[in-house]
Design a protein around this ligand. Structure first.
Ligand SMILES: Nc1ncnc2c1ncn2[C@@H]1O[C@H](COP(=O)(O)OP(=O)(O)OP(=O)(O)O)[C@@H](O)[C@H]1O
Ligand SMILES: [Mg+2]
Length: 243
């Protein structure tokens, strides 16, 4: 119990379910990820707005969106607002008609996965790294891993799901860590995935592959921030939001 409780800050940092609270706390599931921004703007310092112009956009459930713009234009800031981490914005930003700044943490956490540079890997088994203190059946785990394109890899591990991964054991590559983050979210029925430069540490072929793994999930809404939009994937985005 104490050990799990000590982990809560980490779980909350990575917006995962807190192991002790996940079943009681819940948070409400958002039926459709329809996002509307009207005159959205934010300032870290008074009088210094981040976005060149206030943002207006609509994202529909299941869409795959790219956020484009030069360095410092506010891409990461936009993603943090969408994740509910920055709430002192002006204008409106609603998911399914609820203002994001008014959503409670448990609702945000049970719907949204925010992935930046590296997915957090515990020094534990592959199964633990997926379940994170919750319980899922082998079927559920297999299905999530298949969708995330990790099942083949896990099948080659000596003890399959029960193989230790993380430092000093079978380690995961950068791309596999991103897929692990996808599998964790799919297992928990998360609907909105926000990726900030999460493939930037991978080589081009690896990055395109991971992006494809996200783009090919019909049921989730994905917002990608990348300083390089790969032309191989550009057509697969439903919309490009320029900040
Ligand atoms: N925590 C913060 N406090 C103050 N200013 C910040 C903070 N975070 C970002 N900024 C400023 O806000 C602006 C937008 O930053 P942001 O990180 O959103 O840009 P970005 O488009 O993601 O850039 P990059 O492509 O380099 O990642 C920049 O001018 C940055 O200096
Ligand atoms: Mg950024």
């Amino acid at each position: 119990m104490t050990e799990l409780q000590a982990l809560n800050p980490i779980f909350s940092k990575y917006q995962l379910d807190e192991p002790l609270n996940s079943h009681t706390q819940g948070g409400s599931k958002i039926a459709d990820i329809n996002i509307t921004a009207k005159n959205l703007q934010i300032a870290y310092h008074p009088g210094k707005p981040v976005f060149k112009k206030p943002l207006n956009f609509t994202i529909h459930d299941g869409q795959k969106i790219a956020v484009d713009g030069e360095s410092g234009s506010g891409k990461s800031t936009l993603l943090k607002i969408l994740a509910g981490r920055l709430t002192d914005y002006t204008g409106d930003l609603q998911i399914d008609q609820t203002e994001i700044k008014n959503m409670d943490n448990s609702t945000l956490r049970s719907n949204i996965v925010y992935i930046d540079q590296t997915a957090y890997l515990f020094n534990a088994t592959m199964r633990y790294n997926l379940e994170l203190g919750q319980h899922f059946t082998d079927e559920e785990i297999k299905s999530a891993l298949e969708k995330a394109d990790l099942w083949e890899f896990v099948s080659t591990l000596p003890q399959k799901l029960d193989t230790p991964v993380g430092e000093g054991s079978a380690s995961l590559s950068g791309g596999q860590k991103q897929r692990l983050a996808l599998a964790r979210g799919l297992l928990r029925n998360r609907k909105l995935f926000l990726l900030d430069e999460s493939t930037s540490s991978l080589d081009k072929a690896g990055a395109i592959k991971v992006e494809n793994d996200f783009l090919n999930q019909p049921k989730i809404t994905v917002v990608f921030v990348s300083h390089r939009l790969h032309k191989e994937n550009k057509d697969k985005f439903d919309q490009i939001i320029t900040v």
